[in-house]
Design a protein around this ligand. Structure first.
Ligand code: PLP
Length: 371
């Protein structure tokens, strides 16, 4: 049964063989078959992260991975420098605040990337190294902006704080070599670039982060990365894992690695370019600083006088095309289109044509294209 054309920035359309992997018979999650699948998945993820460190696989979702990183690496009262560039960055700050960290915000207006010089300047001021952790977003899904992670990595050089990165909608979609950039905990999820079903989170840890697990005093139980690490060595998880999701991810990672990282990056960049060009041809304006374009999410402004909810409803009901609206302060102001998953350039053309038809039916008058 073909589903809708999913253009939300996750969960994304999965290939049929990824979905059918979930229909495999259930196995003993403490037995050899599951241990083999978990080991394969962790090893393949480490290649995608470009890390010699450990990748832990947790039941949950991206948010659970972020919570696990915060509670397992830090203690109540630790000073964390949080650098949100949108809604998901703010959520990471809220998680840390909820667990008793002392938060300092280095805020950026939504639509922009974090200025590496501002980060470097703040860290230079911290001569006593009071800042224990730096919280960054790789790819901000709420705005369609991707931070320049290589420049941010250089900006953090020489400061000992642990670097925690939310790469939920970035992981695997562009070049971000974790070890080379000196990141300590990088959180990902299967339902984005990797094009597998939701239900898992990944946390990749550097050696420094593994040492920090023993020192962190934040109360924790389910999302304890020290426990996940201990059991992971035996191909197990502390709690009953989403077995079928791990089977599906195993197949999705094979597809990713068979395509090759460089081709995956190029595919996402080409999809993003096709969407940007298509929506501009409709006369819509893109949202966000063009110096920091996300390859996985494209954001455009809702034209004046158009009801965004009516557009999203008509797209889904009349054309089977599903887009996302805005979040937080961008609610009602933007549409967002993901570039991820088993979609083609032809699907993108179909979705853009449908968007044009729906907008016109709702009275949208495109401005003539600037020459
Ligand atoms: N961080 C980013 C950048 C995201 O895009 C998302 C989800 O879209 C999350 C965190 C939260 O992940 P989840 O919804 O899997 O908990």
């Amino acid at each position: 049964m073909p589903g809708d054309l999913l253009f939300i920035p996750g969960p994304v359309t999965c290939a049929p063989e990824v979905l059918s992997a979930m229909a495999q018979p259930m196995v003993n999650h403490r037995g050899e078959q599951f241990a083999g699948a978990l080991r394969r998945v962790r090893e393949k993820l480490a290649r995608i992260y470009q890390t010699q460190g450990e990748v832990l696989v947790l039941g949950g979702s991206g948010t659970g991975g972020l919570e696990a990183a915060v509670v397992s690496l830090f203690s109540p009262g630790d000073l964390l420098l949080s650098c949100p560039i949108g809604n998901f960055g703010k959520r990471l700050a809220s998680i840390a605040r909820a667990h008793g960290a002392q938060l300092e915000l280095l805020e950026t207006e939504p639509g922009h990337g974090l200025d590496p010089q501002r980060l470097a300047a703040r860290l230079r001021e911290d001569r006593e190294h009071r800042i224990a952790g730096i919280l960054l977003t790789h790819n901000e899904t709420s705005t369609g902006v991707q931070n320049d992670m290589a420049a941010l990595s250089r900006a953090m050089e020489g400061h000992p704080a642990l670097r925690v990165i939310d790469s939920v909608s970035g992981l695997g979609g562009s070049h971000m070599p974790m070890d080379e950039l000196g990141f300590d905990a990088v959180v990902g999820a299967p339902q984005k670039v990797l094009a597998a079903p939701p239900g898992l989170a990944f946390v990749a840890l550097s050696a420094r982060a593994c040492d920090a697990l023993a020192r962190a005093k934040t109360p924790r139980f389910y999302f304890d990365l020290a426990k996940a690490r201990e059991l992971g060595a035996d191909g197990q998880t502390p709690w009953t894992p989403p077995v079928s999701q791990v089977f599906a991810l195993d197949v999705a990672l094979d597809r990713y690695l068979a395509e090759g990282a460089e081709r995956v990056y190029a595919r996402h960049a080409a999809h993003a370019a096709a969407i940007r060009e298509g929506v501009q041809r409709l006369g819509l304006r893109l949202f966000g600083d063009a110096r920091y374009p996300s390859p996985t999410v494209v954001t455009m402004l809702v034209p004046a006088g158009i009801d965004p909810a009516a557009v999203l409803r008509a797209l889904r009901e009349r054309h089977g095309v599903v887009l996302s609206g805005g979040q937080g302060e961008l609610k009602g102001k933007v549409f967002r289109m993901g570039t991820m998953g088993a979609i083609t350039l032809a699907d993108i053309q179909r979705a853009i044509a449908a968007l044009g038809e729906v907008l016109q039916a709702l009275g949208y008058q495109p401005l003539p294209l600037a020459r």
